[in-house]
Design a protein around this ligand. Sequence first.
Ligand code: ZN
Length: 288
Amino acid sequence: MPELPEVETTLRLVRSGLVGRTIRGAQVEWVRTLGGIGTDEFAQGVTGATIESATRRAKYIRLDLKQPGKGSRGQDGGSILIHLRMSGRLLLGRQGTQAPRWRRVSLELDRGMLHFVDVRKFGRFVWTTTPDADLAHLGPEPLSDAFTPSWLYEALRQRKRHMKPLLLDQAFLAGLGNIYVDEALHQAGLHPLTAACRVSKARAQRLHGVIREILEQAIEREGSSFDGFYVTPEGNPGAYQHQFQVYGRQGQPCGTCGRALIKILVAQRGTHLCTRCQPAPRKLPSNR
Ligand SMILES: [Zn+2]
């Protein structure tokens, strides 16, 4: 499932083809991708708008729209929020060429096409007039200045939840998913069932550092491709899967200590770890 590095990679590769373009029309093949509004409402909302900016927030790609209106600057045209979920992809294409397989939504631009391709159909391509409110629940961006070692330590100190579900919680910290949480906990030497409030200041500092480092390296390698779904908009796989230290490596020796890595279930998610490098917490809290 695409996480921050895969979404950031996608954004970087489509941005220049989108910003400044005007939307001439929309084609919708799978209406549920629109997240609750109908094809006509979506098409009316976006048609005629110019894409002012393309940014990322957590695992969302956000396209801010401007409709031509009074004055030279036009008027707010709402935003498109794109969530790739399991298998969503953005593709830039040429007009008049055949739509790609599994395309759910396409925007016809004044130059080219934007296709949202999604085999599993869980992805969303939503037009909204309240993007800020829609994204307000999200925690800080791990690569932003707001994410500091002291913020992380204080935030962990106030929570009793297990580390794994807490780091997966987008309201706590934005953008991480199953892969990068497992990798970060391993590199920080933290067991996934450690209660957040028991993480020492030094350990929180280390976790902060490895989260940043892992995400930056994963972006540099254009994300991780391991399940056949994620490829960049240019059709290339990412390369960070070759750096995995624990994810999907159960049964193989830990690169640090040599003990066989294991896979357990934590909060319904397959979780990969080394029980020597990530010792189990002595006493588990009753709630998480
Ligand atoms: Zn180990």
